[in-house]
Design a protein around this ligand. Structure first.
Ligand code: NDP
Ligand code: 8X3
Length: 251
């Protein structure tokens, strides 16, 4: 089938994407910081499906680690057909005057710079092959800013803009770029945002049925199945009860 590289495959959307693409016969490159989660996922995918898995543990914020790790994978693994730029996070919810500069740096470095570092490495592998597909995880937060979401929303608006720029850059090379913008999905996202406070995280999803990681992975996979001349540029997916990033009809 081909090769898919998925960043942030240790949880949530990335893990569901790895499983979904593996089930369809793709070899998968799974990345993340948590080595034990990568090892578990690799073992289960290899057991379940007749595909190959390459696990790479690196922090997308670490430019040198991204470069050295990806540079050094075997040439056959560099024939990446689909890159899912998924690794990302929100940290905290606060007004800017009360915000944590450390949290801002982590979000900007991960969601924006990390995505760029990985793309910078993979795009030159795709260009000579005149084929490829880059799928970037934005968010409804890219489209509308919600109260106290300021910097996280800005990072996702940046992903939206970077996706548009990438599309222009890559059109001559016939490489597709799709930005997928999910609304509220129950993954580890809110536990990370609220720094381990599982009660606060669970409250986010009360009063409506959130998306699951699998819902989002199914949509990402669908985007990759279209004929060579068709590209979904920008796709927003929300739970039925969510109209946009700041309006959800709870109960
Ligand atoms: P999860 O917290 O469940 O998963 C996030 C993944 O990103 C993990 O695999 C984590 O791996 C990885 N990651 C985070 N920071 C880094 C880093 N510095 N280096 C490498 N990997 C990193 O979140 P989701 O699956 O929900 O989110 C995935 C993406 O979708 C994110 O970009 C998020 O912003 C976006 N999104 C999420 C929505 C939601 O409601 N859940 C809605 C819209 C968009 P590890 O910790 O092992 O490094
Ligand atoms: C994640 C969705 O609304 O929690 O991007 O910011 S939201």
């Amino acid at each position: 089938m081909g090769i898919v590289l998925i960043t942030g495959a240790t949880a949530g959307f990335g893990k569901a994407c790895a499983t979904t693409f593996a089930a369809k016969g793709y070899d998968v490159i799974i990345t993340g910081r948590r080595k034990e989660k990568l090892a578990e996922l690799q073992a289960s995918l290899e057991k379940e499906y007749a595909i190959k898995v390459l696990s790479l543990d690196f922090d997308v914020r670490d430019e040198l680690a991204v470069k050295q790790t990806l540079e050094n994978i075997p040439a056959s693994w560099k024939e990446v057909d689909i890159l899912v730029n998924n690794a990302g996070l929100a940290l905290g919810l606060s007004t800017i005057d009360e915000g944590s500069t450390a949290d801002w740096n982590t979000m900007i470095d991960t969601n924006v710079k990390g995505l760029l570092y990985v793309s910078r490495m993979v795009m030159p592998w795709m260009k000579p092959r005149k084929k490829g597909h880059i799928i970037n995880l934005g968010s409804t937060a890219a489209k509308h800013v919600y109260a106290k979401g300021n910097v996280y929303c800005a990072t996702k608006a940046a992903v939206d803009a970077i996706s548009q720029g990438m599309r222009i850059d890559l059109l001559p090379h016939r490489i597709k770029v799709t930005a997928v913008h999910p609304g509220a999905a129950e993954t580890e996202f809110s536990v990370v945002r609220f720094k381990g406070d599982t009660g606060k995280a669970a409250d986010v999803y009360k009063g409506f049925t959130p998306l699951t990681a699998q819902d989002v992975a199914d949509v990402i996979y669908y985007c990759s199945t279209l004929p060579a001349h068709v590209c979904i540029n920008d796709l927003v997916i929300t739970p039925l009860q969510q109209a946009n990033a700041y309006y959800t009809d709870k109960n």
